[in-house]
Design a protein around this ligand. Structure first.
Ligand code: G1P
Length: 274
């Protein structure tokens, strides 16, 4: 069973400036809860017991949010507003934090989780990607599959040609239905993407990935790409891609964020009437 998860949340959120000068995008609200709350809930529902959130010095709000609010609780009790205490309930999981000192990219952020992961497989959840499902959540789909394949598994989605340049894109050999073994992977291809299957922000990784993360920054964007580490891992062992079930929303794209809010409100109203 996979019990650990790493959530890289140290980025500047440049796509969502200027609000991200002061409000981390992981705190963008969705029905009154910050988006990272949904990410942590997803992990917990998938059986995760320990979470490492990679933050930066500008992300203290995340740490504050997952702390208990003793004064607020006492205040609500003193004012006979105990019915509001439910709203302060946090996911039941152990969360720890580490700071990424320099914004050197996703590969660098995940590298900081090495001692946390130890010799255990772990999940990576990118908090930009909120994935709503009818059945098992996205992380659970991957974690369940890991039980069978016992190898790294990456969440994939079919993406239209014109948007592929925003993603890691894979070339695959289909094993069965939604399950593929990955032949190659390329980060944000500018020309000739190898397929329409793109990486969305959920990964099950094995600890050998850490030896594959280079510490060399890319000459062009100064980042250490996680995709490059996956490319290296593929050359050493079989890695799988799984076309997950669910609707994915990138909260860093305003239109998708708005769609997500509407979708969640709609689901809530449906639940109320049923
Ligand atoms: C990251 C990954 C990319 C993946 C994407 C999914 O890119 O590097 O491979 O397809 O997340 O959201 P980012 O969106 O952080 O630029």
């Amino acid at each position: 069973m996979i019990k650990k998860a790493i959530v890289p949340a140290a980025g500047y959120g440049t796509r969502s400036l200027p609000i991200t000068k002061v409000l981390p995008k992981e705190m963008f609200p969705i029905k009154g809860k910050p988006s990272i709350h949904y990410i942590v809930e997803e992990a917990v529902e998938a059986g995760i017991e320990e979470i490492l959130i990679i933050v930066s010095k500008y992300k203290n709000l995340i740490v504050d949010y997952f702390d208990v609010s003793l004064e607020l609780e006492a205040f609500l009790e003193s004012r006979n507003k105990v019915e509001l205490l439910d709203k302060l309930t946090l996911p039941k999981v152990h969360i720890q934090y580490t700071r990424q000192p320099y914004a050197r990219g996703l590969g660098d952020a995940i590298r900081l989780g090495r001692s946390f992961a130890g010799n255990d497989p772990f999940v990576v959840l990118l908090p930009d990607d909120i994935i709503l499902t009818r059945g098992a959540n996205a992380t659970k789909q991957l974690v369940d599959l890991y039980q069978t394949v016992e190898a790294p598994v990456i969440a994939l989605k079919y993406i239209k040609d014109e948007l592929l340049h925003k993603y890691g894109v894979v070339d695959v050999i289909t094993q069965k239905d939604q399950l593929h073994s990955i032949k190659s992977i390329v980060e944000k291809p500018k020309v000739s993407p190898p397929s329409n299957l793109a990486v969305v922000g959920r990964y099950v990784m094995t600890p050998d990935i850490f030896d594959c993360i280079s510490t060399k920054q890319d000459r062009f964007d100064g980042e250490i790409q996680f995709t490059d580490a996956i490319k290296e891992l593929i050359s050493l062992r079989t890695c799988y891609g799984y076309e997950i079930e669910g609707d994915r929303f990138d909260i860093g794209i305003e239109e998708e964020y708005v769609n997500l809010i509407q979708y969640v409100h709609h689901l809530h109203e449906q639940n109320q009437t049923n």
